[in-house]
Each structure stands twice: as C-alpha cells, then as structure tokens.
Design a protein around this ligand. Structure first.
Ligand SMILES: C[S@@+](CC[C@H](N)C(=O)[O-])C[C@H]1O[C@@H](n2cnc3c(N)ncnc32)[C@H](O)[C@@H]1O
Length: 264
C-alpha cells in the first residue's frame, strides 16, 4: 500500500461518489449503533479515512482517532477529513499491532475496516487483537470487518474483476492481492476470541466474501441520526443505492440485519 498511485486509486473508489461508496455507507450504518454519545472511537488502519469521515459525520457527538502506519495514507486522510468538513477526528501515525501511544482502557470503541488482511501472519493478528483489548474499556464497543479467505482462485477473480471496467488496474490488482492475503473466518474468530469479550459474527451468505465481528449494539438510532442516514443514502448515485441493497441483502441472508430500513 505504499505506492502513492495505488493509495490514490484506493482513496478514489471509496470517495463520496466512488465505486465503493455503497460499501462505506453500509458499514457506517452498521457501525453507528455501536457508538454512543461522547465516545472516544479508535479507527485502526484508517487508510484514506473514507470510512472514518462518514462515521464521524454520522456521530458528531463522538470523538474519533484515525491511526495508520502509512504517512502517505494519513496525508490522504487529512484531505478527506478536511473536504468532508469533519471536525471531530484526529489522525495519528502508528502500528495497529502495538498501538503505542494509546493508553490502556482509553477507548470506548475500536473499529477496523478492511485492514486486518494487511497483517503478515497469525501472530501479528493475535497481537493486534490483544492491543485492541488493552486500549478498549471493558464495556466498550467494537466492529471489525474484512474479507474472509476464499478457497478458489476463480471466486477471488470473480469478485476482484467483477467491475474491472469501472476501476483502475491498480485497484483490481490490490483487490485480488487483498483477498489472497485474507485470513479465514475461523482464524479471525480465534483472534477476536482472545479479547475475552462477547461478540457477534456475521458472514455473507454462500461465500465468505466478507465477515463482521462486532459487539452488541450499544444504542438505538435516534430520529436525527435516522434522518441523516436517509439524507446521505439519498445522495448516493442510483447505481450505488442498488449496490447497497444487493449487498445488504447478501449480509441479511447471512443473518446480519440493518439497524434501520432506508427508503429507496
Ligand atoms: C485497505 S486499507 C483500508 C483503509 C480503511 N480502513 C478503509 O476501510 O478504507 C488498509 C490500511 O491498513 C494500513 N496498515 C497496514 N498495516 C498496518 C499496521 N500494521 N498498522 C496500521 N496500519 C496499517 C495501510 O497503510 C492502509 O492504509
């Protein structure tokens, strides 16, 4: 991920009108009930902050810390946050498997989106989940999402190349590499269990394309948040709203429901 062209390609697909904006919106919607008013939320491996910016906008009463080990990504992240006029987030340089500089039990919530597959091996994965447990309060919330390792190369290629006509070749290659690097659902579950906290696990039906490990929701969405969600959803291009509905259905058939329905 240290190639700036690749970083830009990644930032682009996740941007407000990018190819993956439906996916970022989906996880922002699912993450929001895990966050409470006044929370300090740590986003480990925040990358260009596309996910972070959305969640911070949806949760203006919480404070966010985005952490990443790439200076170039953090530069992109600062631009994303400034463009989205996010005032409740800061960025820090750091390694998610250590989280040095983040005090014990200082976070009410920790999130990690599409980044655990960057860890080199199972030891680093366990180390990361232990570091998360160290910085998280015992009644804290969490939400981790990543690819689940798929067995067949053809399936990996199907997902990576499905929209190749709409995405850069850097992104297609990164997509494929990322899915190849993914941990299996069981490996992820074993690591999450190390935290010693209750968790819910959801996998996309039919193929473990994506897997979510999360704490129980910590609040019911209020009317203001629902209205904001509906407004943001309405601003997505039609194709993105269609992708959102298909994706939500994919996870729903794997047992993961939306915290509120959105009017199409
Ligand atoms: C695929 S991006 C995901 C970014 C963001 N979470 C998202 O959903 O768009 C993965 C990010 O993980 C970061 N990363 C990889 N290894 C890391 C580590 N050990 N500590 C912190 N960040 C790391 C990379 O720099 C990159 O920004």
């Amino acid at each position: 991920m240290e190639n700036p062209f690749r970083n830009e390609a990644f930032a682009e697909v996740g941007s407000e009108n990018g190819l993956l904006s439906f996916l970022y919106f989906y996880h922002a919607l699912q993450i929001t009930p895990v966050i409470k008013t006044g929370d300090r939320v740590l986003d480990i491996a925040c990358g260009p902050a596309n996910q972070l910016a959305l969640i911070a906008r949806l949760n203006p009463e919480a404070h966010f810390v985005g952490l990443d080990a790439s200076a170039n990504m953090l530069e992109q992240a600062a631009i994303t946050l400034a463009q989205a006029r996010v005032g409740n987030a800061e960025l820090v340089f750091g390694d998610m498997s250590v989280l040095s500089g983040i005090a014990d039990a200082s976070m009410d919530c920790v999130i990690c989106t599409m980044s655990l597959h960057h860890l080199p091996d199972l030891t680093a994965l366990s180390k990361t989940l232990r570091a998360v447990r160290r910085v998280l309060k015992s009644d804290g919330g969490f939400y981790f999402v990543d690819f689940g390792r798929l067995k067949r190369l053809g399936t990996l290629r199907f997902f990576a190349e499905n929209k190749r006509h709409l995405q850069s070749k850097f992104f297609t290659q990164d997509y494929l590499n990322s899915m190849r690097a993914a941990f299996s659902v069981n490996e992820l579950a074993d690591a999450v269990a190390l935290m010693g906290l209750n968790y819910e696990k959801y996998v996309t039906s039919m193929a473990s394309f994506m897997v979510v490990f999360k704490s129980k929701n910590r609040r019911v969405l209020d009317d203001t948040t629902r209205e904001l969600l509906q407004e943001m959803y309405g601003q997505l291009p039609l194709a993105q709203r269609q992708s959102f509905q298909s994706f939500a259905n994919w996870f729903r058939t794997g047992g993961f429901n939306l915290p509120c329905e959105l009017l199409y």
